[in-house]
Design a protein around this ligand. Structure first.
Ligand code: NAG
Ligand code: NAG
Ligand code: NAG
Ligand code: NAG
Length: 250
């Protein structure tokens, strides 16, 4: 008798209360799917013997679309990936999509210039360095050497990310061309008319003083040298140099 009641009551429990999963204080029916943390799809799975489990079966993108575990969805300028690890952990990863804008707001494919450097907004919203631009507007693509103002200039992005636009050759390797057509090496001093020039970096012949036939040494800038009755004057005013002789006898 007692046994029957027990059986009857047991049957009643089975009839009224199907096996349910519990998740975060909620009861779920078999095969019911809920979204938790606005990002994961959790499914309830029950067994007739009374055991149950909940399983994360996928993700939900911020726009509400479902992404199965192991899949990737690109929407707009974002990529969402529902990653399932071997240990069963599921995570939703967000990254920039191919057409994402660059940090400066430039659109995919758009080019812009910052100082002497030109960039393009590449896939994934990455600013890609593409070229150097000289003051005269000359464009030298990244990794190449071009001529700006007669000089070989190398445009380069180094492994550490630094971008440089610099002389391709040693500045001291350039020769200076004197008025008489002769070539002077870096450091050479030479006379051109009444001026003494020194060949400096990038082949720039800079005036360092004046020359007079009757004065043995170079007359320094802003100096007067008197030999006999003649005074020789070498001066610089702003960016122009002048050489004068004064006859003191007169
Ligand atoms: C119930 O059945 C499932 C699947 O057959 C099994 O994995 C589980 O161990 C069982 N649980 C119990 C308590 O018997
Ligand atoms: C980056 O690399 C270049 C070339 O190797 C070097 O000249 C420069 O100093 C480096 N810059 C930094 C910040 O490390
Ligand atoms: C140099 O000195 C000599 C002798 O005093 C003079 O005859 C000659 O004119 C001078 N040359 C110049 C360029 O002044
Ligand atoms: C050189 O002589 C000129 C003419 O007399 C004079 O004006 C100038 O101040 C002098 N310069 C120096 C550096 O003495």
């Amino acid at each position: 008798m007692l046994r029957t009641i027990l059986l009857l009551s047991a049957t009643a429990i089975l009839n009224t209360g199907a096996i349910q999963c519990k998740y975060d204080g909620k009861d779920l029916e078999n095969n019911e799917i809920i979204v938790v943390q606005n990002a994961f799809r959790v499914k309830c799975l029950t067994e007739d013997n009374g055991s149950w489990k909940t399983e994360i079966i996928g993700c939900v993108a911020p726009d509400g679309s479902e992404i199965a575990a192991g899949e990737t969805k690109e929407s707009g300028d974002k990529i969402h990936e529902c990653v399932k690890s071997e240990s069963g952990q599921v995570s939703l990863k967000e990254s920039k999509g191919r057409l994402a804008a660059c940090p400066g707001g430039q659109k995919n494919g758009e080019t812009w210039q910052e100082k002497s450097f030109k960039f393009q907004c590449a896939d994934g919203g990455v600013a890609k360095f593409i070229a150097c631009v000289g003051q005269d507007g000359t464009v030298i693509p990244s990794g190449e050497t071009g001529k700006i103002g007669g000089f070989e200039v190398k445009c380069e992005q180094h492994a550490n990310g630094t971008i440089t636009m610099q002389a391709a050759n040693d500045p001291k390797s350039y020769q200076c061309k004197a008025k008489d057509g002769s070539m002077k090496k870096n450091g050479d001093e030479y006379v051109e008319g009444n001026f003494v020039r020194k060949c400096e970096d990038y082949g720039q012949g800079k005036i360092i003083g004046c020359y007079a036939e009757n004065v043995s040494e170079t007359i320094a800038i802003n100096r007067n040298v008197t030999v006999g009755d003649v005074m020789y004057s070498c001066s610089k005013d702003g960016s122009s140099f002048s050489f004068k002789t004064y006859n003191l006898k007169a």
